[in-house]
Design a protein around this ligand. Structure first.
Ligand code: 6GU
Length: 263
């Protein structure tokens, strides 16, 4: 997979050189490029923002540096940027609709909420591009224009506000990157984690079996695999009901009578 990130703070993305994602890049499973939006400005002050039409607080990111940066991403990936004419055609021709065009993810608290299922979907893509906005956001015409060459998706991490898209990109690239085949050494570890079955993870324990007067639950030392599986399932259900009743609601018709007894 190829990922391009455009940001005015490329140093934020340095963390993607570490750990699992850093290793995936070294191993050639992930090609990740970070571009500085200011490199696509043409004025002496490298200006990326201006005041909003209609008034209001804060600043808005100017459209032209974004267009130049995204065109450079397309050129780097061997795609030709859309002309106004090609943009018209793409809107009408179904073949141009789906795969082939890279996905442009625009991190924004006004986006669709990022989930594990979206991470799986995006992990199957060939080329993702992240456009990190700052200030009050990017001039809306950039997203309209970009729809000619990209599948544009505004995406939010949840209902709170960050100062910019960079930290959201760190989270999304990690969530997506670990789902690329070969990135997580033991694929079994992807199966038993939170959200893989719509429930939160069960609690885990390691040695010593008594620590500061606290015992590991007896069943985990019993060697009885059926009882251990039931204990873990019950803990998942109990926790999810307590912390995330919305998830239990969504799964309600998939719970059997043993599951219901745990709640
Ligand atoms: Cl994706 N971006 C920003 N700027 N703020 C957020 C967010 C994203 N998700 C939640 N808050």
């Amino acid at each position: 997979m190829r990922i391009d990130v455009v940001s005015i703070f490329p140093e934020y993305l340095d963390a993607l050189g570490l750990s699992l994602i850093g290793k995936a890049r070294q191993d050639g499973l992930l090609e990740l490029n970070v571009r500085n939006l200011r490199d696509f400005t043409t004025d002496r002050h490298r200006t990326v923002d201006d005041t909003p039409y209609g008034g209001g607080a804060g600043m808005v990111m100017k459209p032209e540096p974004w267009a130049l940066a995204l065109e450079s991403v397309l050129a780097g990936a061997g795609h030709s940027p859309a002309t106004a004419e090609a943009t018209e055609t793409a809107a009408e021709v179904p073949e141009h609709d789906g795969a082939g065009r890279p996905v442009l993810i625009v991190p924004s608290p006004a986006g669709e909420v990022f989930t594990q299922s979206m991470a799986h979907e995006l992990a199957g893509e060939e080329h993702l591009v992240f456009a990190c906005g700052r200030y009050e956001g990017i001039d809306e015409r950039v997203m309209e224009w970009a729809a000619g060459s990209f599948r544009v998706r505004p995406v939010s991490l949840g209902d709170y506000v960050l100062n910019g898209g960079e930290v959201a990109v760190l989270a999304m690239v990690e969530a997506i990157g670990r789902l690329i085949p070969g990135v997580v050494g033991n694929p079994e570890s992807l199966v038993e984690e939170s959200h893989s079955d719509g429930l939160l993870e069960y609690p885990v324990y390691t040695k010593p079996s008594v620590w500061r007067g606290r015992q590991v639950p007896d069943v985990l030392l019993s060697g009885n695999h059926a009882r251990i599986a039931r204990f873990r399932r019950d803990e998942q259900l109990r926790r999810t009901a307590e912390r995330r009743p919305d998830l239990i609601e969504a799964l309600a018709n998939q719970l059997d009578s043993a599951d219901r007894a745990a709640l």
